[in-house]
Design a protein around this ligand. Structure first.
Ligand SMILES: [Zn+2]
Length: 462
């Protein structure tokens, strides 16, 4: 019953405190957040255009001229929004990016309506509350605040809210803008999703800044068979071949390894950690395989940082209740370390499946970008703002295990950094999962963090 004593803490009131934006700005950010979370912008069934239009209307109401607002995209349903806040032009612009599409969410999979924005027990619930509509709402709320406050940056601040990050594909907004409207988003560097704050055992430990990321390969795993009547079964069955292969995959792990960025990451984490993992994190940073094994076993996030991972995500097969299957297929989604090649991953899967009836084919295009250089001005600014808001919390450069649109930008030559200052419990990451949520406190503190960070990056220090 004790847990019920905390109910009500998250009532709809604005929080106070030094780390939080003025109440009117909290209210504005929350309103935008609620509005866009409730727009069904699911990657495959939804539309991002209503998000772009709603934001465009808010910007116009806040006094942004129409000529500084662009709404458009690959198809009418998948519009992007780009807005420019003019600075003195002393330096090249900075691009602030967030995507407005979300992973599909089914009502029956959730304990609540995923497209209803709910505040409960200190959390905002809804699909996209963490990935990536918090950052989208914050960019816009902060831009409106800069304008209202008369802030004059020394570079243009561009915000782009884009379509179809989840799964990429032909309507991906960043890819489309790069190919068709590059002048609108061209910038010295970009801030994006992908780096967040880590909470461990209830304590904020690090504010991560994403410098490189894993890349994604989807494989179609397919078994074809002549089939037949189900009353006369034979051992050679497409579904059994596939099931056996996937079972072997479930027991397989790619080798553990580190690179420059993850070594820096584990080195920083070793300084932060006080528990039994402290020594292992330090040794993992030095390349000890035994230590890496223990670190990987201690956390799914650390595991994904230390190795390429491949996991079955979709199934299809059979054509009638009373027929032997002629087809059994699965999608296997791989998140690949920058130093592992696509060919290596494919040949490894083939070895693991160990069945020549199981065909492994790459599905879709593979985009791979270089790591961005760790700019001292950015690292210093992130450090300083982090230290002011959360004294003692380290700024940790890292590689993330999910891929983002930063991939397209990096591949096109624009350095991109994932930094949000939105803190999440590392043992309870719900992005893409059920009952996705963002802590109310984290949301508003992230709003302050990004407000101060962008200001620091667009104003020469006095
Ligand atoms: Zn995302």
């Amino acid at each position: 019953m004790l847990r019920f004593s905390v109910l009500g803490l998250g009532a709809v009131v604005c929080l106070g405190g030094a780390n939080l934006p003025p109440q009117d700005d909290q209210k504005l950010a929350r309103e935008i957040y609620k509005q866009i979370v409730e727009i069904k912008s699911g990657f495959s069934t939804g539309e991002t255009t209503p998000v772009a239009e709603a934001i465009a209307a808010r910007l116009k109401a806040a006094g942004f001229p129409e000529s500084d607002i662009f709404v458009g995209g690959a198809i009418p349903k998948k519009a992007n929004l780009v807005v420019r806040f003019h600075g003195t032009g002393a330096r090249k612009p900075i691009l602030l990016l967030a995507h407005t599409d979300v992973v599909e969410a089914k009502r029956e999979d959730w304990s609540m309506d995923p497209f209803q924005f709910v505040e409960r027990d200190g959390y905002f619930y809804g699909r996209g509350t963490a990935d990536d509509k918090a950052q989208a709402a914050i960019w816009i709320a902060n831009l409106i605040r800069y304008k209202r406050e008369g802030f004059k940056p020394d570079r243009d601040i561009i915000v782009a809210l884009t379509a179809d990050e989840e799964g990429g594909g032909p309507y991906n907004g960043v890819n489309w803008l790069l190919k068709n409207k590059r002048e609108l988003i061209d910038a010295e560097f970009c801030l994006n999703e992908g780096g967040w704050g880590e909470i461990r055992n209830g304590k904020r430990v690090s504010n991560d800044i994403q410098v490189s990321e894993k890349y994604v390969i989807d494989f179609r795993i397919e078994v074809r068979n002549k089939g037949g009547h189900s009353s006369v079964p034979v051992p050679d069955n497409a579904i059994y071949h596939l099931a056996g292969a996937l079972e072997r995959l479930s027991k397989f792990s790619f080798p553990l390894k580190t690179n420059d960025v993850t070594r820096a990451y584990f080195g920083e984490m070793a300084k932060i950690e006080s528990g039994p993992m402290k020594g292992d994190l330090a040794k993992a940073a030095e390349g000890s395989t035994e230590a890496m094994e223990r670190v990987a076993a201690a956390s799914p996030t650390w595991n994904a940082t230390l190795r390429t991972t491949c996991v079955a995500t979709m199934l299809e097969g059979g054509h009638a209740h009373n027929a032997l299957p002629q087809l059994a297929a699965s999608n296997v989604n791989c998140r690949v370390l920058p130093e592992d090649s696509a060919e290596y991953v494919q040949s490894t899967l083939e070895k693991v499946f160990a069945d020549d009836q199981v065909k492994v084919k790459m599905a879709g295009e593979v985009v791979k970008g270089p790591a961005s250089p760790l700019r001292p001005d950015l690292l210093q600014a992130v450090n300083r703002v982090t230290d002011t808001l959360w004294p003692g919390v380290a700024t940790v450069p890292m590689m993330v295990m999910g891929a983002t649109d930063g991939l397209y930008l990096r591949a096109s030559g624009m350095s991109t950094y994932g930094v949000q200052g939105l803190f999440m419990d590392s043992s309870d990451i719900r992005m893409h999962g059920r009952d996705e949520r963002m802590s109310v406190q984290s949301f508003y503190e992230g709003q302050t963090f990004l407000y101060e960070l962008v200001k620091a990056l667009s104003k020469r220090s006095e």
